[in-house]
Design a protein around this ligand. Structure first.
Ligand SMILES: C[S@@+](CC[C@H](N)C(=O)[O-])C[C@H]1O[C@@H](n2cnc3c(N)ncnc32)[C@H](O)[C@@H]1O
Length: 257
């Protein structure tokens, strides 16, 4: 089974309203997933709900069933923007004065960190290997490009999306690689946010991705590699970073190469 089939097996497509059934079937074909008419029939860890102009993930058979969307104009991201919480991530990739590095976000996920960096003025290439998330990111970028919020539109114009494995991507020397792999360290699981737990359910079969990605990133001819880590976890591969930028819940390990 290919990686994309394995990951798509973790997800079932469900129409949000009965009329969206043909659309749900098309999306399921595109993602190589199963489609069912009713959420109760989904037997996978996660369901992708499809509506005419919306798309969201929800955990199946779980107590916590809040929907997870990719929405760059969401109040949460706009608050993060205004509260200045983005500065640490900006500093970690090397935003300083007029310098705005070219960033490769090799673990795009829900695109939040990529959006933050683009909003700070960086050009960001987002790579996501989950076809489900890549589709959600694609639609979110399309919506952002016509957003009524000028800053959202501007940030989206600095974001380019690629679907696939980052390790197959050809990287230029001026790039900073940013990694936010799934935290596989069990001790940190309590700290994993609710929406990231949906991503974990979607990718239950991928093991040691953090170590593998780190080894790949460090072997690239780039200026800098930045890794987001839980505050108290050891550095990946036990490799001491050049410096560390600490936030309240996470830290950024910065490797200047
Ligand atoms: C913790 S999430 C990233 C969250 C993201 N920083 C955000 O702000 O929304 C990690 C993501 O990396 C993706 N990923 C892991 N290994 C990858 C690879 N080799 N290439 C592309 N994406 C990968 C996973 O599919 C997952 O969606």
């Amino acid at each position: 089974m290919s990686l994309s089939e394995e990951m798509s097996g973790a997800c079932t497509v469900v129409p949000a309203v009965a009329g969206a059934w043909p659309l749900a079937q098309r999306v399921a074909d595109q993602l190589n997933c199963r489609a069912v008419r009713l959420a109760d029939e989904a037997r996978s860890p996660v369901a992708l709900f499809v509506d005419y102009d919306d798309l969201w993930l929800q955990k199946c058979m779980a107590e916590q069933v809040s929907p997870v969307r990719v929405d760059f104009a969401s109040p949460g991201l706009q608050y993060r923007r205004k509260s200045g919480q983005n500065e640490l991530l900006g500093r970690a990739v090397g935003v300083k004065g007029d310098t705005r590095p070219l960033v490769l976000d090799a673990t795009a996920g829900l695109g939040r960190d990529a959006y933050v960096l683009a909003d700070l003025g960086c050009s960001v290439t987002l790579i996501e290997r989950s076809p489900v998330l890549a589709l959600m990111l694609k639609q979110a970028l399309e919506r952002a490009s016509i957003s009524a919020i000028t800053s959202v539109q501007l940030a989206s114009s600095r974001m380019q999306l690629q679907s696939g494995d980052s390790r197959a991507y050809k990287i230029s020397q001026e790039t900073v690689i940013y990694l936010d792999p799934m935290f596989t360290d069990r001790r940190s699981s309590a700290a994993v946010k609710k929406d990231l737990s949906v991503l974990q359910a979607l990718h239950a079969s991928v093991e040691n991705e953090d170590e593998q990605l780190f080894v790949w990133a460090m072997s690239q001819p780039v200026r800098r590699v930045v890794v987001k880590r839980p505050l108290k976890s050891p550095a990946l591969h036990h490799r001491k970073p050049s410096h560390v930028i600490k936030g309240k819940a996470v830290r950024f390990d910065v490797y200047v190469l």
